[in-house]
Design a protein around this ligand. Structure first.
Ligand SMILES: Nc1ncnc2c1ncn2[C@@H]1O[C@H](COP(=O)(O)OP(=O)(O)OP(=O)(O)O)[C@@H](O)[C@H]1O
Length: 258
């Protein structure tokens, strides 16, 4: 069942840069869909449009069942350096006028979800990179979203931490019945996490190809080392290459005709 649909969405910024060109995307409830594509192809723009932080120039963002609560996780944890983990996680509720006392149970629940109960009073500089990202995820979860938008959240982390957070994300998704739209540059991360991978063309971004990863959840190390996993990664790598080559050929053809 569709939760959100991008229907022929184009986005051109005031400076004339066109980030998206008739981009179609259908996210079903419970999906975990990854957008992958060359740098600057409009992945973050697509997330911002879904979040309602920006408006499409053409096309529509449609919510057949109504717009749900949305959580947003950025590449950088963007925590307030002077504030404790607890106070950082409280922020979205505080902005909605919820007092610290009234927020306590929900903040503690969010801390527990990301395994940081013991670190409620720690300041960001006392936390590792992975722990800071867990705080950022807890902050996104504290408003109890059903849709989680994640923009390269684990890109800055070492591979071991990244793998661990991938597993934690999948566990959270199952536990909280989340729908997730995830952006990454890592083909392996896309395969491990996703029910579907959307390969985008270079800017202006469109859907080049879509691949279903039908491996059941929960996934584990056994999947990471399986032949099927390697096969999916290879297929997505080829799709990315095709998307880039075709776009280059299209541009060359345009130049010849102009
Ligand atoms: N507010 C803005 N004004 C003008 N141009 C913008 C704006 N935001 C993004 N762009 C441009 O739109 C294009 C798409 O940007 P976007 O951040 O969506 O790409 P991306 O695929 O997420 O890139 P990356 O993988 O490098 O993070 C880029 O060329 C970017 O410079």
């Amino acid at each position: 069942m569709t939760m959100v649909r991008l229907n022929g969405v184009s986005k051109t910024f005031e400076n004339g840069v066109q980030a998206l060109d008739r981009f179609d995307l259908d996210i079903g409830g419970g999906d975990i869909v990854t957008l992958i594509g060359p740098s600057g192809c409009g992945k973050s723009t697509a997330l911002r449009l879904i979040a309602g932080l920006d408006e499409p120039s053409e096309g529509q963002v449609e919510w057949p069942k109504g717009r749900p609560e949305i959580g947003y996780v950025f590449q950088e944890p963007t925590l307030m350096p002077w504030a404790s983990a607890f106070n950082n996680i409280w922020l979205p509720l505080r902005l909605r006028g919820v007092s610290r006392a009234d927020a306590r149970l929900r903040v503690e629940e969010a801390l527990e979800l990301v395994g940081l109960t013991e670190f409620a009073e720690a300041k960001p500089h006392q936390l590792s990179g992975g722990m800071k990202m867990r705080v950022a995820i807890a902050r996104a979860l504290v408003t109890q979203p059903t849709l989680l938008l994640m923009d390269e959240p684990f890109a800055a982390l070492d591979e071991i931490t990244r793998f661990r957070l991938n597993d934690e994300l999948l566990a959270l998704k199952q536990r909280l019945f989340l729908t997730v739209v995830f952006v990454t540059h890592s083909i392996f991360e896309a395969v491990y996490l996703s029910s579907r991978v959307v390969v985008m063309t270079p800017r202006p971004g469109r859907t080049a190809e879509e691949t279903a990863i039908s491996e059941p959840f929960p996934r584990s190390e056994a999947f990471r080392t399986s032949v099927g996993y390697a096969g999916h990664a290879k297929a997505i790598s080829s799709a990315l290459r095709r998307a880039t080559d075709e776009s280059r050929l299209d541009k060359a053809a345009l130049e010849v005709h102009s």
